[in-house]
Design a protein around this ligand. Structure first.
Ligand code: A3P
Length: 292
């Protein structure tokens, strides 16, 4: 469909929206046969939930808590994005041993081998209002999207479930309802923001990695918003050089706040979100955190 000025082709597969530009319609189906191994580690999310942040934490935890820097390969090479052609499933399929996999696929569209092999998966969720705001800026930043509509138009698309990987609630609830599976850890951006050390320890325990308080402190510091902003291995600044991102439309690591929606949504828009959220949350015990 048209994203108000951006020529982005998209299609629905099993109820979810996918970008036709990179993820061709046959691919999601083909990916059902992708082979995970029990040793793989997956970070899954709806876009803009804090995926990159968790990826870097997981990467450090599994690499002696050593930080990446400008000499390290960029994150998308170390931690490929499963359903993307580059460096995605193709490079993953050729890798031996443990693989670090990022995906935005909803749980029911993960490769079948996820259920068979049970690799560990960490799902990060973020309140829908901050997610929508972050998504709005991201769609302007990406050259392939170059979103030119208004903020109001964007959030209407968001709550109408036409943004890539939507429906938002079906995505989050799919993982939430399965969070007690032993190989799934469900965390939130807000918890990570509020108490990074606690969540880093939770992730370490889940991955069965023993860490000292110093290790945790080091991971917290290296993965702080400020430090990640300056780390070219994780800040996606190279996308600007490669023509994937506009040079004058902000940065991938943009604000890094909880509650940034408050300076974007007017009263009427907050009501729209509240109604939408209540409708989808009424039969669940999932609760979002909206402010610090
Ligand atoms: P904002 O646009 O609100 O700043 P994803 O990695 O899933 O695309 O999510 C990107 C969002 O996570 C962006 O949100 C980005 O700034 C934020 N983020 C990334 N690293 C972060 C960090 N270390 N601390 C806080 N927020 C971070």
């Amino acid at each position: 469909h048209q994203l108000f000025g951006a020529e982005v082709s998209a299609y629905r597969y099993n109820g979810h929206v996918f970008p036709g530009i990179m993820i061709t319609s046959g691919l999601i189906k083909e990916l059902q046969d992708f082979q995970f191994t029990p040793d793989d580690i997956i970070v899954a999310s709806y876009p803009k939930a804090g995926t990159t942040w968790v990826q870097e934490i997981v990467y450090m935890l599994t690499h002696d808590c050593l930080p990446s820097d400008h000499t390290s390969p960029v994150l998308e090479t170390r931690f490929p994005y499963l359903e993307y052609p580059y460096p995605g499933w193709r490079s993953l399929a050729g890798q031996e041993g443990r693989r670090w996999v990022k995906t935005h696929l909803p749980l029911h569209l993960l490769p079948h081998s996820f259920t068979q092999c049970g690799p560990k998966l960490i799902y990060i969720s973020r309140n829908p209002r901050d997610t929508a705001v972050s998504y709005y800026y991201f769609m302007q930043l990406l050259t392939q999207c170059s979103y030119k509509g208004t903020f109001s138009q964007f959030i209407h698309m968001f709550v109408n479930d036409v943004c890539m990987y939507s429906p938002f609630f079906s995505h989050v609830l799919g993982y939430w309802n399965n969070r007690h599976q032993p190989n799934i850890l469900f965390i939130t951006y807000e918890q990570l923001h509020h108490n990074p050390k606690k969540v880093i320890k939770e992730i370490a325990d889940f991955l069965e990695i023993s860490v000292s308080p110093d290790d945790i402190e080091s991971i917290r510091t290296c993965t702080s918003f400020t430090n990640m902003t300056h780390n070219t291995s994780v800040n996606y600044q190279h996308w600007k050089e490669w023509g994937f991102a506009h040079k004058d439309k902000g940065n991938f690591l943009r604000k890094g706040e909880v509650g940034n929606w408050k300076s974007h949504l007017n009263e009427e828009q907050v009501l729209m979100f509240e109604e939408w959220e209540q409708k989808h949350l009424k039969n669940t015990d999932l609760k979002f955190i909206y402010e610090e």
